[in-house]
Design a binder for this molecule. Structure first.
Ligand SMILES: [Zn+2]
Length: 141
């Protein structure tokens, strides 16, 4: 079947999917950058560590997950609602995401990594507060 996109357009789309550079993730990266932290987003550790962390700060033996509130079930967050239809489907889906996140966190901690979870709503609502929190968590200040 013929592709509805031109070759260039298709390769642009595919590379965008591969890069996985979601907007919240980019926001956290630029924040860290501004704070002077060095990190990797597509290094060997990002690929091989449990849960494939979005951001790895090798020097601080710390990983950061940038989680969407909806998919990863941010507790007590308004974006973490359950759709009104296909409730069983969504509940199962959410539960498996939460279980997977928890298992990854535990495995990482067992390996001696510090795990930081950044929620999408924090980035949008309180970027400055988030910057302070990250600074504190990473540098212990
Ligand atoms: Zn949230």
């Amino acid at each position: 079947m013929a592709d509805v996109f031109s070759k260039e357009k298709r390769s642009d789309i595919m590379s965008r999917i591969r890069r996985k550079n979601t907007k919240p993730e980019l926001a956290v990266r630029s924040l860290l950058h501004r704070l002077g932290f060095r990190f990797t987003v597509n290094g060997a550790k990002n690929r091989s560590l449990p849960g494939k962390p979005d951001i790895v700060l090798l020097k601080y033996r710390t990983v950061i997950f940038v989680h969407g509130c909806f998919w990863h079930r941010h507790e007590d967050c308004k974006f973490s609602y359950t759709p009104k239809t296909r409730v069983a489907f969504w509940t199962r889906k959410f539960e498996s995401n939460v279980v997977r996140d928890k298992a990854a966190n535990r495995a990482l901690r067992d390996l001696g990594w510090k795990v930081i979870t950044v929620w999408e709503c924090q980035i949008n609502r309180e970027p400055e507060k988030l910057a302070l929190q990250l600074e504190h968590l990473l540098r212990g200040q």
